[in-house]
Ligand binder design. Structure first.
Ligand SMILES: [Zn+2]
Length: 360
């Protein structure tokens, strides 16, 4: 009897605790293959000065991204991260301080990384980027089933594998991938233009990916027109430029993602629907190697299981650059997002624990 009472009290307490968040909307942003090294140290001097990794004008690149100290370089590379998130939110993953973020999976590439993050679960069977529809349920489809959130959970992706990773065939969520236009009878002019631009973008990296700027245009115009509650954006430029060994464009990729996140945050903070009740969480799907292995990732590139995470929103205490010697994993992000939205994520598999330090 005592045990029953205790269980009942704990249930009441946990429901009460879950209901107390201020977050009503969440934006999850994945940045494919963005290393923690660039986030926390800025441009890497060796790679930056290696001719074969550079195609753009070196004077212009120096002005854009070079500085004597890591502080200077990282602020130039990612001004929104260091001027806004570092002052109002939290940045995890500076290994120079012993603050560790890792993927739990043993593969260190894209489908397994995203699946781990979005499902909150590392499944050993998910071992290929060509893996068919994901059998594991993800936090987005969980949220999409909750009262008031139905049809208000959307994904815009620069890589077409997201349709399989999120298994849209199973859950019917809007998962917009390269080559697809946003449909609807009442599209705004901005949405129509974003749709049209897709016809004219160079297929620089092939048909399975599109440039992040276009994914952003589709996302931003959709948000302004429809006010979704949960937005998931999947950016891919950095990984593509990384594999091509173009370090200058890889840095541009980081800089532009930073700018697009800033644009989104500033828009949301000016819109009463989102203002002060929206949390943005940003992370990669894996890291990359170091030295000349920076172009690659996977088990052949040591250190590419090292990642990072940024968060800003009304429930997150100011922590800035997190300095505690601690370890977190990507499989904890899904439950953290669910908890921010006031839910406990349950699925057809176990789910990683939420990150306590993200909450006040
Ligand atoms: Zn990747």
């Amino acid at each position: 009897m005592k045990t029953q009472l205790l269980t009942w009290m704990l249930t009441v307490l946990s429901v009460a605790a879950l209901a107390q968040t201020k977050t009503r909307n969440v934006v999850m942003i994945s940045v494919d293959g963005c290393r923690w090294q660039e986030i926390f140290r800025g441009a890497d001097s060796t790679l930056f000065n290696t001719k074969k990794y550079r195609q753009q004008d070196s004077v212009a690149m120096n002005t854009k991204y070079w500085g004597k100290t890591a502080d200077e370089r990282r602020s130039k590379l990612m001004p929104f991260f260091w001027n806004t998130i570092a002052k109002q939110g939290q940045l995890y993953g500076n290994r120079d301080l012993g603050n560790l973020v890792n993927v739990r999976n043993k593969y260190w590439f894209s489908y397994p990384g995203r699946s781990e993050t979005l499902c909150g679960y590392y499944d050993e069977k998910i071992n290929s980027n060509d893996y068919p529809n994901n059998p594991n349920e993800n936090v987005l489809e969980f949220l999409n089933k909750q009262k008031g959130l139905e049809g208000k959970v959307v994904t815009f992706a620069s890589w077409d594998a997201l349709s399989r990773i999120l298994n849209r065939d199973r859950n019917g969520m809007l998962v917009n991938i390269p080559g697809e236009q946003v449909k609807g009878s009442k599209l705004t002019e901005a949405q129509k233009l974003a749709n049209e631009l897709q016809n004219y973008l160079p297929e620089y990296f092939g048909k399975s990916v599109r440039f992040d700027v276009h994914t952003y245009a589709l996302t931003r115009s959709y948000i302004e027109a429809n006010h979704p509650r949960v937005v998931h954006i999947d950016f891919a430029d950095m990984d593509e430029f990384g594999h091509h060994g173009q370090y200058d464009s890889f840095l541009d990729g980081a800089h532009y993602v930073d700018g697009m996140v800033a644009g989104l945050w500033n828009y949301m903070q000016a819109d009463p629907f989102y203002k002060d009740q929206t949390t943005i969480v940003i992370y990669p799907d894996h890291g990359r190697g170091i030295g000349d292995r920076w172009t690659s990732h996977g088990t052949s590139a040591p250190h590419s299981n090292e990642t990072w995470m940024a968060v800003i929103g009304p429930d997150t205490p100011v922590g800035g650059e997190m300095k505690s010697q601690s370890q977190i994993y990507q499989d904890q992000f899904a439950q953290t997002v669910a908890q921010l939205m006031g839910f406990k994520f349950t699925a057809n598999h176990p789910v990683g624990e939420p990150l306590k330090s993200v909450f006040k």
